[in-house]
Write a protein that binds this ligand. Structure first.
Ligand SMILES: *Cc1c(COP(=O)(O)O)cnc(C)c1O
Length: 380
């Protein structure tokens, strides 16, 4: 079955008793034992909940893995996966990473003795150079957030295998509709399902998938031990959103390409970062591993005043943190998502005070461009 069809059928045929097309929500914390030493397969919801199991199976299917796990946020998913590391282990991560992931590594896991190096993972040699005897895992995002740099998942998976490192891919930006990292050799794929997967800015959720039974067992142990699981109502909301993922992504990437192309011609815009643009440096590698360019782009404007002007003047496009929902949104990474990254590092990566990140929504393209046009105008 094509991915669009699997996506449209998320959660169907999961309730043989009634045939309910929409998956049932089991608001049960605990389950009656049928007899002494017996279990229905469900004992306590922190360990397993029937609604959650449906979502976990569906995401595993979409990512081409065998075991899925859901969490109360994307960060809970990241924390769970990073908890596979031990004291004195070394992590190699993209230098242009979601700010919250950088923060949890630097301010939490470092306290427990995990060391980390941040390298430009779009340069595979830089990853090889960073490997030490204590290295245990590589954590990448591709495209990166917010600079849209592309890392070669196949090549990095090869290095990871040679050095016995885990390759973890945060696939939030591309979703399994456009990119399936496990098939390219990654060991673990994770998501902030708050973004494209749920797609409606109404639920916070995290998902993890692996195809390796030993890793699955360790992740399940941590999930149950920590208990940052996704509640049944939110599992249902996530699935409800996922069903239209293919349609939304198609429209969002079509709109994103049009916005990116238009921005390149605007006199108050200095640079546009979108893998779908012919001049994007990672475009070729991206096309080898994905079947779409996604709905995210970043651009720089001519001054810091222009940033403020744009954020104050946008009328339909929303000035807000987050991405991947139906509505077009603009974020100011230096002050919002990436504020916890030290300024020297941020500036070096291009996350300057003139950079804006846009999550292009499903509105009519003419309205999106008209709104950006009036917001970017020369009134200052
Ligand atoms: C938002 C985001 C996260 C964190 O997810 P939450 O659901 O906000 O906890 C992690 N990675 C990426 C790429 C994100 O965009």
């Amino acid at each position: 079955m094509r991915q669009e069809s699997t996506i449209a059928q998320v959660g169907t045929r999961t309730d043989p008793q009634t045939g309910a097309v929409s998956p049932p929500i089991y608001h049960a914390a605990t389950y009656q034992h049928p007899g002494f030493g017996q279990s229905t397969g469900y004992d306590y919801t922190r360990t397993a909940n029937p609604t959650r199991v449906i979502l976990e199976r569906e995401i595993a299917k979409l990512e081409g893995g065998t075991h899925g796990f859901s969490f109360s946020s994307g960060m809970a998913a990241v924390a769970n996966v990073l908890s596979l590391l031990n004291q004195n282990d070394h992590l190699i991560a993209s230098d242009d990473l979601y700010g919250g992931t950088y923060r949890i590594v630097e301010q939490l896991f470092r306290r427990f003795g995990v060391d980390a190096s941040y390298v430009d993972t779009s340069d595979t040699q830089a990853i090889s150079n960073a490997i030490r005897p204590e290295s245990k895992a590589i954590f990448i995002e591709t495209p990166t957030n917010p600079m849209m740099k592309i890392s070669d998942i196949r090549e990095i998976a090869q290095i990871a295998r040679e050095h016995n490192l885990l390759l973890i891919v945060d696939n939030t930006f591309m979703t399994p509709y456009c990119q399936q990292p496990l098939a390219l050799g990654a060991d673990i794929v994770l998501h902030s399902a708050t973004k494209y997967l749920s797609g409606h800015n109404d639920v916070l959720a995290g998902l993890v998938v692996t195809g390796k039974p030993d890793l699955a067992e360790r992740i399940a142990f941590i999930q149950n031990s920590v208990g940052a699981v996704l509640g049944p109502q939110d599992c249902w909301l996530t699935m409800r959103g996922m069903k239209t993922l293919a349609l939304r992504m198609e429209r969002q990437q079509e709109n994103a390409l049009a916005v990116a192309t238009w921005l390149t011609t605007h006199k108050n815009v200095r640079a546009v970062y979108y893998p779908g643009l012919a001049e994007h440096t990672g475009r070729f590698v991206h096309q080898q591993q994905s079947n779409g360019f996604g709905g995210m782009l970043s651009f720089t404007v001519d001054s810091e005043q222009r940033v403020i002007q744009v954020l104050e003047k946008i009328a339909m496009v929303i000035f807000a943190e987050s991405l991947g929902g139906l509505e077009s949104m603009i974020t100011f990474p230096a002050r919002q998502t990436h504020a916890d990254i030290p300024i020297e590092i941020r500036e070096r990566q291009g996350i300057t005070n003139t950079l804006l990140r846009m999550s292009v929504g499903i509105e009519h393209i003419d309205d999106i461009i008209a709104d950006l046009d009036q917001a970017l105008c020369d009134s200052i």
